[in-house]
Design a protein around this ligand. Structure first.
Ligand SMILES: Nc1ncnc2c1ncn2[C@@H]1O[C@H](COP(=O)(O)OP(=O)(O)OP(=O)(O)O)[C@@H](O)[C@H]1O
Ligand SMILES: [Mg+2]
Length: 325
């Protein structure tokens, strides 16, 4: 069978990996709960696939999801930096691999998106190589705080809210600016993530000396884009996709907020207002107005300004600090 390979390297990102941990001096830790499945004698499924594309296979981190056959920790042979390889199934998985890699290329260089290094899509195999987010996902933070019986600091939850809403301002509206909220781009083909939740939001090293880690949106496997001309039925469908992202954003913030002992009375009521504005918890969102990402980002920035004086910056619990994010 003729084998067609598309192999694309993003040179800009090879340089930006300088801050990533190297695979010579790092003992990769288990990151997801699924790692418990990986103990004992490796089954066929657990055996590492062949190394290729300039990356060495190191460890399986995740056994596979709806469309992928595993997430692997890999090392870049040239730079010796760690990275992630997401392997997607051939055929139906190829469509997803094209979509996910296409979307990640459109979002290259955004602070709050997972950065892709390379993708290889063939008839028999699909691999997407991306930055390794050393802190795992938000569900790992939730689990660590549940275990320690502590509340997640409000200041960290605000940081996640701002980071995720910056990501949504870009995907939904093409707004990229860091310092101010621009008008939406008229020529932007929106991207709706479709699967925002705690396991698809990753945590990694900040670019600046920020007290908190960088929060990035990943797993664009269920996303929608390339809408083109829309008739009124399509517009309604697209509006539902937009609303779903905002509602799921609110649910993610709520999931962080409800961790820990006691009532929520010590926590910030403005976080509650934010969650309610996003329509989270409503059974039918088709008839209610749900704000656009830029409106929500505007109110997050205003609230953060007012709460800054009363919400103190608290470090994350020891387990996360030990990861030296
Ligand atoms: N870049 C990354 N850095 C660190 N961990 C990652 C990264 N990408 C994925 N993971 C880990 O692997 C898990 C699964 O990855 P991902 O969400 O991309 O796949 P999935 O949910 O199985 O996707 P799909 O629904 O497309 O099959 C994540 O929840 C996270 O714990
Ligand atoms: Mg996922």
């Amino acid at each position: 069978m003729r084998c067609m390979t598309f192999c694309i390297i993003c040179p800009k990102l090879v340089d930006s990996r300088m801050d990533q941990p190297t695979y010579r001096n790092t003992q990769p830790k288990s990151m997801t709960n699924n790692n418990s499945k990986l103990k004992g004698e490796p089954s066929k499924e657990e055996r590492l696939p062949d190394s290729r594309d300039g990356f060495i296979m190191i460890q399986r981190l995740y056994n596979g999801g709806a469309w992928n056959r595993g997430i692997f920790l890999v090392g870049d042979e040239a730079s010796k930096k760690l990275a992630i390889c997401k392997m997607l199934y051939p055929l139906i998985g190829s469509r997803n691999a094209f979509r996910e890699s296409g979307i990640l290329s459109r979002l290259q260089g955004h602070d709050n998106m997972v950065h892709m290094y390379r993708h290889c899509i063939t008839y028999s195999e699909n691999r997407i190589y991306m930055e390794y987010c050393k802190g795992g996902d938000l569900a790992n933070i939730i689990d660590a705080y549940k275990e320690a019986c502590c509340r997640i600091p409000d200041s960290f939850i605000w940081h996640v809210a701002e980071s995720l809403m910056r990501a949504l301002c870009t995907t939904h509206m093409g707004i990229w600016k860091e310092d101010r909220i621009e008008a939406p781009r008229k020529d932007w083909d929106p991207i709706y993530h479709g699967d925002i939740h705690e396991r698809n939001v990753f945590i990694t090293t900040p670019f600046t000396d920020s007290p908190y880690p960088r929060i990035v949106l990943g797993d664009f496997g269920s996303s929608h884009h390339n809408f083109g001309e829309l008739d009124s039925n399509d517009q309604e469908f697209v509006e539902q996709l937009r609303k779903r992202d905002i509602v799921n954003f609110g649910a993610t913030i709520h999931a962080l907020r409800r961790v820990g002992p006691g009532k929520l009375k010590y926590s910030d009521p403005e976080l509650d207002s934010l969650i309610i504005r996003c329509g989270t918890g409503m059974t039918d969102t088709s008839r209610i107005k749900i704000p656009f990402a830029n409106e929500i980002l505007g109110s997050i920035l205003r609230s953060r300004e007012t709460v800054r004086s009363r919400i103190k910056l608290e470090p994350l619990i020891k387990d996360f600090c030990d990861r030296k994010l």
